[in-house]
Design a binder for this molecule. Structure first.
Ligand SMILES: NC(=O)c1ccc[n+]([C@@H]2O[C@H](COP(=O)([O-])OP(=O)(O)OC[C@H]3O[C@@H](n4cnc5c(N)ncnc54)[C@H](O)[C@@H]3O)[C@@H](O)[C@H]2O)c1
Length: 249
């Protein structure tokens, strides 16, 4: 496939390597220093675009892909308050988009088991649940998109939780966990060089159950994004990564 890379930062560079190893061709690379090259005309050379930029540029980049009629895989996080609007636009214009808060295969297995665990824990209301996420200090959004997906998976399945609240825990200071009983607390920590660690903790007076995913590097996210680009070759319309994995247990 001919791939356009929108964003050539940490993720864009790894995606380039994995895509070329899988015999794809990178026909366009857009970053901050050549933004003028991001035109619908230039994008039309590509079969698919892969977008890993910033929360402030992702929406206009999606729109250029729509204008060019090029399917787009969106990895950028921090724009989901506009998700419904983009979905509508995508469907109205017969465009193709796949987004994921996290493209790693392991994390998507984690998302699925997280839901099953939350459903099970309805029977044990004396456990209080909380989510923790740790990322590198350059991360712009908080909580992480992955933590939001984990929280939504719990809220959909655990009757006691109705919404989530986030606390960014600075410099090891204790979080303010005064978020109300029906809110699920997400604690965000920022530490040097951590690609992404997410833990769901069910805590009671007698014990704790911790369910944890640790990314060792960014390769898993990049591979998932390339697999999604390949999947869009045979699938059109608006999709989340759940449609690609389609777990049935
Ligand atoms: N969904 C996932 O699995 C996943 C995994 C890792 C990172 N992310 C997200 O992907 C995004 C990028 O992550 P990163 O680690 O590569 O960040 P990064 O800061 O290393 O790279 C972002 C790049 O985008 C460039 N950029 C800025 N504005 C642009 C524009 N208008 N058009 C094109 N490029 C532009 C910047 O110059 C930079 O090089 C972040 O939102 C991050 O949270 C998602």
């Amino acid at each position: 496939m001919k791939i356009a890379l929108l964003g050539y930062g940490k993720m864009g560079k790894i995606i380039e390597k994995i895509a070329t190893d899988r015999k794809h061709e990178i026909v366009l690379k857009i970053d901050f220093d050549n933004l003028h090259e991001l035109t619908a005309e230039n994008l039309k050379q590509a079969d698919v675009a892969i977008e890993f930029t910033t929360p402030s540029s992702v929406i206009s980049n999606i729109n250029v892909c729509f204008d060019a009629g090029v399917p787009v895989v969106v990895g950028t996080t921090g724009w989901y308050d506009q998700l419904d609007e983009i979905k509508q636009q995508c469907e109205d214009g017969n465009h193709t988009l796949l987004y994921a808060t996290n493209f790693s295969v392991g994390v998507n297995i984690f998302f699925h088991v997280n839901k099953i665990l939350a459903k099970l824990m309805n029977n044990y209301p004396y456990y209080e649940v909380q989510v923790e996420e740790i990322h590198h200090t350059q991360k712009l959004d908080s909580p992480s998109g992955t933590a939001i997906t984990i929280a939504e998976g719990i809220i959909e399945n655990l009757d006691a939780k109705k919404n989530w609240a986030n606390v960014l825990v600075a410099d090891g200071k204790d979080s303010d966990d005064n978020v109300g009983n029906s809110a699920l607390l997400i604690e965000s920590y920022r530490m040097d060089s951590v690609p992404g660690t997410h833990t769901v903790i069910y805590d009671s007076e007698v014990d704790s159950i911790e369910f944890k995913h640790t990314a060792h590097n960014r390769n898993g996210f990049a591979l998932g994004a390339v697999l999604a680009a390949e999947w869009l070759n045979d699938n059109t319309g608006f999709h989340s990564i759940n449609d690609m994995f389609n777990f049935d247990i």
